[in-house]
Design a protein around this ligand. Structure first.
Ligand code: ZN
Length: 381
């Protein structure tokens, strides 16, 4: 992975490159950035840059012996740790290393759901257990084999939980020429003791234009489609790619159908919808909810007399204009609230059938019977 392969994030790249040029590479760093921001890709490119023997002022060379091994993720001084789904006390991440390499090489913007699907882990809980911590410590104790530096990239250290305490001493005083990069998404799920021992590198979500430009360059799609996808993705490149992967109109078809059948309280259709949606996979379910939240947000614009801010093409615009007439602000807010909650629960492995049935029943209450669930509040930003 070279810096030039990474979408946007120019300021972060410049900062990282400067640390090498000025010879002040911190041995323990926390790359904190939201899903789809490229924080993992940046960690990998940074390690490759440091290890490269022919690097330029701005990037690794891509062809030296070190880079060639980095390109395949088989450099002996490049180590990874990541959550895995095996439950046994003695299990560590090494058993999934081949799958891991394959996923990273296919898509360095992957998220936990993709990793879960890759391992066919279904509803199992991810974790980084004690055995894996011992494995991390062991690998960090090795002398570098070929490079000056050895690098350990720990993806989603949120899953270390209290086991993370085992790493504190090493984070504080690692062996010489060691680079430990923690690639995290949620600062509040990390141990403070870990945060305080690492140098923070904040990685922002991508901006819409960066995603739009990238899609135009790499995908054969129209400008309006790229702009719309970038807008819906909210700075998450992975989400943008997922939106495109799906059948263009599938989210529109599913979501608008869902609204119509719950508005009319059509039981059999709702059961069919739940059945179909429970089978599309977690990532698509999340996309559907995100898509729905965005469309209802557009309805709120219309309801707030801010139609000029609605920028949707064709059929979606038509739907938003019509459907807004069935809503008021409180109902729209309640719908968004339900979908937000559902999104949260899907990320935490809720049973999709029960979840979508439950959300559908809430929609019926809101849309058909004008009953707002308790706790609905106006949070309109
Ligand atoms: Zn190189």
């Amino acid at each position: 992975m070279q810096f030039r392969d990474i979408v946007g994030q120019n300021e972060v790249k410049e900062h990282l490159i400067r640390t090498v040029a000025e010879n002040r590479v911190s041995h323990a760093q926390l790359f904190l950035g939201p899903e789809g921001s490229g924080n993992f890709a940046l960690a990998l490119a940074y390690a490759q840059f440091i290890s490269c023997t022919e690097r330029s002022d701005t990037d690794s060379c891509g062809v030296c012996a070190s880079c060639r091994k980095y390109n395949k993720l088989i450099h002996p001084d490049l180590h990874f740790s990541y959550p895995f789904f095996r439950g046994g006390e003695k299990e560590d991440s090494m058993a999934d290393l081949e799958e891991w390499r394959d996923l990273v090489l296919t898509n360095p913007y992957f998220n936990l759901d993709e990793w879960r699907e890759r391992l066919d882990a279904q509803n199992k809980q991810p974790n980084i257990n004690k055995a894996e911590c011992m494995n991390i410590l062991h690998r960090l104790s090795l002398k570098p084999f070929e490079s000056e530096y050895k690098a350990m990239i720990i993806w989603l250290p949120e899953y270390l939980k209290n086991e993370g305490n085992r790493l504190l001493k090493t984070l504080e005083e690692p062996a010489d020429k060691t680079l430990i990069i923690l690639v995290a998404q949620n600062q509040d799920q990390l141990l403070n003791t870990i945060i305080s021992r690492t140098q923070l590198v904040k990685i922002p979500a991508l901006d819409q234009k960066e995603i739009c430009d990238y899609l135009l360059k790499t995908k054969n799609i129209s400008e309006s489609k790229a702009a719309q996808t970038a807008y819906l993705s909210e700075g998450n490149l992975q989400a943008a790619l997922n939106f495109l992967k799906e059948d263009d109109n599938d989210n529109f078809r599913l979501f608008t159908g869902w609204m119509r059948m719950t508005f009319a309280d059509r039981g059999p259709s709702i059961f069919e919808f739940v059945e179909e949606t429970s089978k599309i996979g977690r990532e698509s379910q999340k996309n559907l909810l995100k898509y729905g939240i965005n469309l209802i947000r557009e309805c709120i614009m219309v309801l707030s007399d801010a139609s000029e801010l609605v920028h949707l093409p064709g059929i979606e615009l038509e739907f938003v204009n019509k459907f807004s007439q069935q809503l008021d602000l409180a109902k729209a807010e309640a719908l968004i609230n339900e979908m937000d909650k559902a999104y949260y629960h899907i990320e935490r492995n809720a049973n999709p059938k029960i979840l979508f049935l439950d959300v559908s029943l809430q929609f019926v209450k809101i849309l058909k019977f004008n009953t707002l669930p308790a706790g609905t509040q106006y949070i309109l930003n």
